[in-house]
Design a binder for this molecule. Structure first.
Ligand code: MOS
Length: 700
């Protein structure tokens, strides 16, 4: 083993195709909506067709007589749930506690579940179900100057931070930027729609699901149904995308209820259209940036205020102003997040919650400041590099923002840029380039893992991780291989099963970091056991780890990933068309475990930034309270033709406090990406766009 260890090449840092890739492309990998169950019944959710009011009646008689229909669950007959608890992610969103009362708080609220022998029968009956409402006037008018906009008092991060006197700082500044930026309602829409199958085996609840964390779903279901968490098993081996949307939603809860009522397995799959009201979205934001600087660009005052919306049933905050808490300092520094409650579905986390819309506003404002000061936008950022966290006052664990800009500028050819707007022309196209900073917090949450040395010389890792398409399972295989000092092909990583013990979610860009920590700890102890020379019995030798203590012992620091985004656009001012020609992102985001899948994560985020800058916008109809075109025909996203050349790379930036050096890469790719595109549009045309998306009609 010693010889092998010294000559072995590190698996971490080596490109590796997905360990489950073959299963995925051959169709052998099964997703939650297609795993066979004997005696399966199918549930179809019925959603409200009014945006506010009360349910007067659910006319079940005719539907119950339809072919194959087994039952109709609604507020009049559904079992009561426990909703008064604080779960892993705080208080439950009542949208998932289905059929508990007659009030309708938004268009698309779940009012019934029709269960039938086949999915087609359930759908037919669900569409025929008559629900009568007592309709009330609704209000979905999102505006920053409404009197009912309020400061949220919740969450681990404060809604407001401040030091110094912003008004005085602005008054003393040679250059001031004061501008409002808006971002629209945006959706995640993973490729695989949400789906869950629930089955009761005596008192044991077995759920096959598509989620971002089996432990999380177990905890919520156990709370809602007043069960011992040990009697709930949730499996989610393959997940076709999440982006923050795959937590506990109405369909899992409805499936569990129906399975209990019928004493047979019940599957509930959401349609694309249903996802528009049931699986969360990014709240629109209205943000105001006030920057004051000396003539040399050094900031004296920075104020970032944001208003987002939430539903009347659950207080969710999109903390866009938090994007200004780690990047730039000023003697007067103020960030504040407010919300307004409207008759709309509850928003939720969506890739880089807060930072994605917040960085659009902040990094656009920095670009405006650079132009007003007559300073190159990269140089402006160099001059405003803080020594310590602007809000926390803590030292940075590592901060390689400027190194990203230097490397990016070199590769992008930034030095050749003529800073004057609207001067580069190529036929009918005006050309421009733009840049922006990216920054995302680095966190770790406790997890447990089990590593087994098998009698045949292979190793099995078991961890309730979720690979939502990121390549996490492959990354964990490489981490485990290094920790065990064996080749990756001797390691099998099993994930997506709550029976493997508690583990954190695939979210907050912390999954791979947190899980790797647990695997590394278990593997280290296992190697010690093996080194003592004990033989391996037929059942193998298993070591379990729990990182609660180690993660809790992390010292207080500002921990972030950083990046520099660059974009080149061509704008046809006659048609208003904006085309991104190329994009480059250079990141300092910890040790990169698998360059192949990491590059996908970065470019995936950057492409989403292009999409956010130019295409994405869900529009609500004030009269009905619902969307115009709640589908992927009406909701535009960037497709291949919109994404010609997107390149991501990174600089060496291992996290000093992580056992593997990982920081996390899931979200930073989208941060600053939309601002880089918008800044490039400004450079191309001389026109500043402060509202996304930059649609053709806004360009003309
Ligand atoms: Mo993410 S928005 O933390 O899944």
């Amino acid at each position: 083993m010693t010889t092998a260890a010294t000559t072995r090449k590190s698996a971490v840092g080596t490109a590796h195709t997905r360990v489950e890739g073959y299963d995925k492309v051959t169709g052998a990998a099964r997703y939650a909506g297609e795993i066979p169950f004997a005696g399966l019944a199918h549930g179809w959710l019925v959603l409200s067709t009014v945006a506010r009011g009360r349910i007067r009646s659910v006319e079940t008689a005719e539907v119950l007589a339809m072919p194959g229909v087994l039952t109709v669950l609604h507020h009049g007959n559904a079992q009561r749930l426990n909703t008064g608890y604080i779960g892993l992610m705080g208080v439950p969103d009542p949208t998932c506690a289905v059929f508990q009362q007659d009030r309708v708080p938004f268009m698309g609220w779940p009012v019934a579940l029709v269960v039938a022998e086949t999915s087609e029968q359930a759908r037919e009956a669900a569409e025929a179900l008559v629900v009568r409402y007592e309709e009330e006037p609704h209000d979905i008018a999102f505006a920053a100057d409404r009197p009912d906009v309020y400061l949220v008092d919740q969450g681990p991060a404060p809604a407001e931070t401040g030091k110094g006197d912003v008004a005085a700082g602005l008054a003393a500044s040679a250059v001031v930027v004061d501008a409002e930026y808006t971002t629209p309602e945006e959706f995640h829409h993973p490729m695989e729609p949400h789906a869950a199958t629930a089955r009761w085996d005596g008192d044991l609840l077995d759920v096959v699901d598509s989620n971002q964390g089996a432990t999380w779903v177990v905890s919520e279901l156990a709370n809602l149904f007043s069960l011992d968490p040990a009697s709930v098993r949730v499996r989610s081996e393959h997940v076709g995308g999440g982006f923050g949307s795959k937590g506990v939603r109405a369909h899992q809860v409805a499936a569990v209820m129906a399975a209990a009522a019928l004493r047979r397995p019940v599957r509930v799959v959401l349609t694309r259209r249903q996802m528009f009201s049931l699986t969360g979205y990014r709240s629109p934001t209205i943000q105001r940036l006030r920057l004051g600087a000396d003539a040399d660009g050094r900031l004296r005052a920075l104020e970032h205020s944001s208003v987002s919306l939430t539903s009347t049933v659950y207080e969710f905050l999109e903390p866009a102003a938090a994007a200004s808490r780690a990047l730039y300092d000023a003697d007067a520094h103020h960030t504040v997040n407010r919300v307004v409650r409207l008759d709309v579905p509850t928003p939720s986390w969506m890739r880089a919650p807060g930072e994605a819309p917040g960085s659009f506003a902040l990094e656009s404002a920095l670009d405006e400041l650079a132009e007003k000061c007559g300073i190159d936008p990269i140089e402006l950022r160099v001059r405003n590099e803080p020594e310590r966290g602007p809000v926390s006052g803590l030292p940075f664990s590592s901060r390689n923002l400027i190194a990203c800009f230097r490397e990016g500028a070199r590769r992008f050819g930034w030095a050749d840029r003529d800073p004057r707007p609207g001067v580069r022309r190529e036929g009918r196209w005006l050309l421009g380039t733009g840049t922006a900073s990216a920054c995302f917090p680095v966190i770790a949450w406790p997890s447990t893992a089990a590593v087994t040395a098998e009698a045949d010389g292979t190793f099995t890792v078991r961890i309730a991780a979720s690979d939502i398409g990121t390549g996490a399972r492959t990354a964990l295989t490489l981490v485990a291989a290094d920790a065990l000092e064996v080749a990756p092909d001797r390691v099998r990583v099993r994930i997506g099963d709550s029976n493997f013990g508690p583990a954190t979610i695939a979210g907050g860009s912390m999954g791979t970091r947190s899980w790797s920590w647990a695997i590394t700890a278990a593997a280290a102890e296992l190697r010690e056991r093996l080194a003592s020379g004990a033989g391996i019995p037929p059942e193998g030798i298993t070591v379990r780890s729990d990182t609660t203590e180690a993660v809790g012992a992390l010292s207080e620091k500002e921990r972030h990933s950083f990046g520099a985004q660059f974009a080149e656009v061509a704008v046809d001012v006659a048609t208003g068309e904006v085309r991104v020609r190329r994009m480059l992102g250079i990141f300092a985001a910890g040790r990169i475990v698998n360059p192949l899948t990491a590059r996908n994560q970065f470019t995936g985020g950057m492409i989403w930034g292009i999409s956010m800058a130019l295409h994405e916008e869900a529009v609500r109809d004030r009269a009905s309270g619902g969307h115009y075109g709640a589908d992927l025909a009406g909701y535009h996203v960037a497709t291949h033709a919109d994404v010609p050349h997107v390149e991501a790379d990174w600089i060496d930036d291992p996290d000093p406090d992580d056992p593997v050096g990982i920081k996390g890469i899931g979200e930073i790719g989208i941060v600053g990406a939309a601002a880089a595109v918008a800044n490039a549009v400004r450079h191309a045309t001389g026109v500043r766009h402060r509202s996304l998306p930059i649609r053709p009609d806004r360009v003309i």
